[in-house]
Ligand binder design. Structure first.
Ligand code: FAD
Length: 713
C-alpha cells in the first residue's frame, strides 16, 4: 500500500467495507469515526479503531474475515480501495492510550492489495458529521472533562440510532430511499477466478470487494421481478469505467452481493442483501455498456446511523454537484409488464407504480386519447407553470381532488432538445403527429378543483415544474390553442384519505363528511409535491364552504340556527428551497387568512376549517445565524398553532422534528398520538422518508394514518 493511500485513509471519517456474514452472504457497510480511526502503521497493515458500526450490521469483522475497504472523499472525488484479511492478534502496539471502555474492538487488517479507482461517477457532496457523536481517538488523550463526557458518551453517541426496519419485504420507506439514490456501494466476494485487475498472484485468492456506483437520482430503477418475488428488482446501468471489472468479475463466480444506500440528508442507511446478474448485451439504459439486476432477499434500514450534521448551516452549505459524466438522457420508460407494483395495498401510494399498473390493467387506456386544448398558460412560481385546458368532451369527464391527469406524447419528446423534434413542432397534436413511432406517458396532478373550476368554468389545470425533456418542452413550446392527448384522470391519493368518518346525521343530511373538532388533518409538501397537497386543502375548504352554505340554507328555511358544527383543524407544512419556488404560495396564504378571519367572525361552531399554513424555506439567509433562524421559526410556528387559522413563513430552516412539534402544539401532538389524525405527504424521497420518521417513529402517529405519494420514476 503506497504511503499516499495510507495518508488518504487516515483523513477519512467514513470507511466503507464489504465483507461476509456468518452464512457467506456479502454485505456492504460503513464504519464511522473521527479522522485517524483508520490508520496504517506500515505498508501492509490497516488499523481500524474507535469507530461506530451500523446497528445490527451482520458483516463479520472477526479474525480471518476477508474485507474490501473503500475510502472516498466526496468533495474531491478521490477514492482508494483496499483488500485484506482481519488478523487474529490484537493491535496493542498501535496506540499508547487504551481505548475507551465502550469503544469498538481494534481490528488489524493485513493488506493484500491497495489501488486507486475511477472517480468519474462520484457526485460531489459535502458530508459533515457531528464530531461530538463519534468516539474519541485513543491516541488523543482526552482532557478530564472530555473523559467524563466520554464515560457517558457511548449511549449519547448512538442516541437516535435505531433499526427502523429489517426483513425480506421492502416497504415504502425503503423504496423511497432507493428511488431517490444517486450513489450506492456494492459488496461482492471472490474465491479464485474473480478478477483482480491484473494482480496475477491474487487470481486464486479469496476475499471481498466494495465498490462505488453513481448515477442520476433514480438510476436504481424499480422493476417487476419476473420471477414473481415480493420486491422489485433493482436495475442499473453499468457505465464505462476503468475497466477493472472486479465487481462484475466477482458476480460471474458468485452472484451474491450486498448494497449500501445512504440518505445523506438524515444519515439513514439501507443495507440490502441479495443476488445480482449482469446482462452484458443490455445497452438500453442511457450511457449503459451493460446493465445489472439485483434481487433483494434481506434488508436492514437504520435511522440516523451516520451522525450527519443536519444543522441549517451545514446542510445548506453546499448543494450536490452531479458528476459531469452522468448520462444526460433520461432512461426509457418501463414497459407495463416491467413495472413493479406493490403486492399489498399499504398506506403508501407509489404514484409511478400506480399509473403503470393502471395502464397495464387497461384502466388508463381510453382509445383514442382525447385531444384537449390549452386555454391559458401562466407562471405558478419560478420554474413552474400552470397549464389550463378545456375539459374533454368525451371520456374522461370528471375527477376527484388529488388525482392526476395522464397525457400521451410521441416517444421523441423524451430525447434531449437537440435530438428531439424541432421546438417549432410544439407539443401540439402530439398523438396525431408522431415522428418516431411509439408513445410515452407523463402524469401531472390536477390542481384545479373539480366543482369550482371544472364544472363551473369547463376547464382543468395541471401545474408543472420544469424538470426534464417533456416538462421542459411544455414550458418552452405549449401555447393557448395547442392540444395535448389526454389519456385519463386517475389516482387514489385524494381527499377521501383524510376525511374524518362522517357522522350519520350529517351523512343523512347529504352534507358528506362533517368536521370533527378533535380530528387533525395534517398535510405536508416538499417542493413540487405541493400539487396534490394544494388540491386536497382547496377541496377541504370547498367542501366546508358548501356544507356551511347548505346549513345556512336550512337555517333560513326555518331551522333553529345556522351553526353547522365545530371547526376542523387543518395544518399544512410546506417546505421549499426559496420562497420564489413555492407554487400556490399566495393561494395558501389567502385560504389560511380567510379561515382565520372566518374563525374570528363566526365562532367555534360554524363548520369551517381552521387552516394553518407554515411555509419554510431552507436556503440559508445571508447574515442570519441558523440557530436564530430555527428558534424564530419554532416561535412563529408555536404562535400559529395557538391560533385558529393563519399563515406564517419561516426562512433558513428545515422542516425538522422540532418545527413539526411546534406547529402541531400540544393538542395536535395528542391527536397524532391518539390516532385522531390523518396525514398526507408528497415530495422528494428524502423529504417523505424524513417526515415518516418524524411523524411515525418519533411522534407516534399510527403508520396507517400516513399516506404518501411519490412522483419518482
Ligand atoms: C402521480 C404523479 C403525479 C405527478 N404530479 C406532478 C405535478 O403535479 N407537477 C410536476 O411538475 N410533476 C409531477 N409529477 C412528475 C411528472 O410526471 C414528470 O415525471 C416530471 O414532470 C418530469 O418529466 P420530464 O419528462 O420532464 O422529465 P425527464 O427527466 O425527461 O423524465 C424523467 C424520466 O422519468 C420517467 N418518467 C417520467 N414520467 C413518467 C411517466 N409518467 N411514466 C413513465 N415514466 C416516466 C421516464 O423514464 C423519463 O425518462 C408527477 C408524477 C407522478 C407519478
Amino acid at each position: 500500500m503506497p504511503r499516499q493511500h495510507a495518508e488518504f485513509y487516515e483523513q477519512q471519517s467514513l470507511f466503507y467495507v464489504g465483507g461476509r456474514d456468518a452464512t457467506g452472504q456479502p454485505w456492504a457497510s460503513v464504519l464511522v469515526g473521527r479522522p485517524g480511526f483508520v490508520s496504517a502503521p506500515d505498508s501492509s497493515n490497516l488499523i481500524l479503531q474507535s469507530y461506530r458500526r451500523l446497528p445490527e450490521d451482520p458483516l463479520l469483522l472477526a479474525p480471518g474475515a476477508h474485507l474490501g475497504g473503500l475510502g472516498i472523499d466526496l468533495v474531491t472525488r478521490r477514492r482508494n480501495r483496499v483488500n485484506g484479511t482481519v488478523l487474529a492478534e490484537p493491535a496493542a502496539s498501535v496506540s499508547a492510550a487504551p481505548p475507551a471502555p465502550a469503544a469498538a474492538p481494534v481490528v488489524r487488517v493485513a493488506v493484500d492489495l491497495s489501488f486507486g479507482n475511477c472517480p468519474k461517477y462520484i457526485q460531489v457532496r459535502d458530508v459533515r458529521l457531528r464530531q461530538d457523536q463519534l468516539p474519541p481517538l485513543p491516541s488523543a488523550a482526552p482532557s478530564p472533562a472530555a473523559a467524563q463526557h466520554t464515560a457517558s458518551a457511548p449511549t449519547a453517541a448512538t442516541a437516535g440510532v435505531v433499526v427502523r426496519g429489517r426483513g425480506k419485504e421492502l416497504g415504502a420507506a425503503q423504496l423511497a430511499l432507493i428511488a431517490a439514490a444517486d450513489t450506492f456501494f456494492i459488496a461482492t466476494s471472490y474465491s479464485g477466478g474473480g478478477n483482480r485487475g491484473g494482480a496475477r498472484e491474487l487470481q486464486n485468492a479469496v476475499g471481498c470487494d466494495i465498490s462505488h456506483r453513481g448515477g442520476p437520482p433514480g438510476f436504481l430503477r424499480l422493476e417487476r421481478d419476473p420471477r414473481g418475488g415480493p420486491n422489485p428488482v433493482l436495475r442499473w446501468a453499468d457505465y464505462a469505467g476503468n475497466n477493472m471489472f472486479q465487481t462484475l468479475g466477482n458476480l460471474a463466480t458468485d452472484a451474491r452481493a450486498g448494497l449500501l444506500i445512504v440518505d445523506w440528508a438524515t444519515g439513514d442507511t439501507l443495507q440490502l442483501a441479495g443476488t445480482a446478474e449482469t446482462d452484458f448485451q443490455d445497452r438500453s439504459l442511457p450511457g449503459a455498456q451493460r446493465s445489472v439486476r439485483f434481487t433483494v432477499t434481506h434488508f436492514i434500514h437504520a435511522a440516523g446511523a451516520l451522525p450527519i450534521d443536519t444543522s441549517a448551516a451545514a446542510a445548506a452549505a453546499k448543494p450536490v454537484q452531479f458528476s459531469p459524466y452522468l448520462p444526460k438522457d433520461a432512461p426509457p420508460p418501463l414497459a407495463p409488464g416491467q413495472v413493479w407494483t406493490p403486492r399489498t395495498a399499504g398506506a403508501a401510494h407509489d404514484g409511478a407504480a400506480a399509473v403503470a399498473a393502471a395502464i397495464a390493467a387497461g384502466a388508463v387506456a381510453p382509445a383514442p386519447a382525447e385531444q384537449v386544448e390549452v386555454v391559458s398558460v401562466r407562471w405558478a412560481a419560478e420554474g413552474i407553470k400552470t397549464f389550463e385546458f378545456a375539459m374533454p368532451k368525451g371520456q374522461p369527464t370528471s375527477y376527484v381532488a388529488g388525482q392526476y391527469a395522464v397525457f400521451e406524447f410521441p416517444a421523441c419528446y423524451e430525447r434531449p432538445a437537440a435530438e428531439g423534434p424541432p421546438a417549432s413542432a410544439s407539443v401540439a397534436d402530439t398523438a396525431a403527429s408522431c415522428c418516431c413511432g411509439g408513445t410515452i406517458t407523463r402524469t401531472w396532478t390536477l390542481t384545479s378543483h373539480p366543482a369550482a373550476d371544472s364544472a363551473a368554468r369547463g376547464t382543468f389545470s395541471i401545474t408543472v415544474k420544469r424538470a426534464g425533456a417533456v416538462s421542459g418542452r411544455m414550458h418552452d413550446a405549449l401555447r393557448p390553442g395547442d392540444r395535448l392527448a389526454l389519456r385519463a384522470f386517475a389516482g387514489d391519493f385524494t381527499t377521501e384519505l383524510v376525511l374524518p368518518p362522517a357522522p350519520a346525521a350529517a351523512a343523512a343530511a347529504g352534507l358528506g363528511a362533517a368536521p370533527a373538532p378533535d380530528h387533525l388533518v395534517l398535510l405536508l409538501a416538499g417542493g413540487i409535491g405541493v400539487t396534490p397537497i394544494w388540491a386536497v386543502v382547496n377541496d377541504l375548504a370547498q367542501r366546508a364552504a358548501a356544507a356551511a352554505a347548505a346549513a345556512r340554507g336550512k337555517g333560513a328555511g326555518g331551522s333553529s340556527g345556522s351553526s353547522s358544527g365545530a371547526r376542523q383543524r387543518v395544518v399544512v407544512l410546506y417546505s421549499v428551497r426559496r420562497g420564489e419556488e413555492a407554487a400556490f404560495r399566495s393561494e395558501l396564504r389567502q385560504l389560511a387568512e380567510a379561515a382565520a378571519e372566518a374563525a374570528a367572525a363566526g365562532g367555534a361552531d360554524d363548520g369551517g376549517l381552521d387552516v394553518q399554513v407554515l411555509l419554510t424555506t431552507t436556503a440559508a439567509v445571508p447574515g442570519m445565524d441558523p440557530g436564530r433562524a430555527a428558534a424564530a421559526a419554532a416561535e412563529a410556528a408555536a404562535v400559529l398553532a395557538a391560533r385558529r387559522g393563519g399563515y406564517v413563513e419561516a426562512a433558513g430552516v428545515r422542516l425538522g422534528s422540532a418545527l413539526v412539534r411546534a406547529a402541531l402544539g400540544p393538542a395536535g401532538l395528542e391527536a397524532l398520538r391518539a390516532g385522531r389524525c390523518a396525514a398526507m405527504v408528497c415530495g422528494p424521497g428524502g423529504f417523505m422518508a424524513a417526515v415518516e420518521r418524524t411523524l411515525v417513529d418519533e411522534l407516534g402517529l399510527p403508520a396507517d394514518r400516513l399516506h404518501s405519494e411519490s412522483f419518482a420514476y
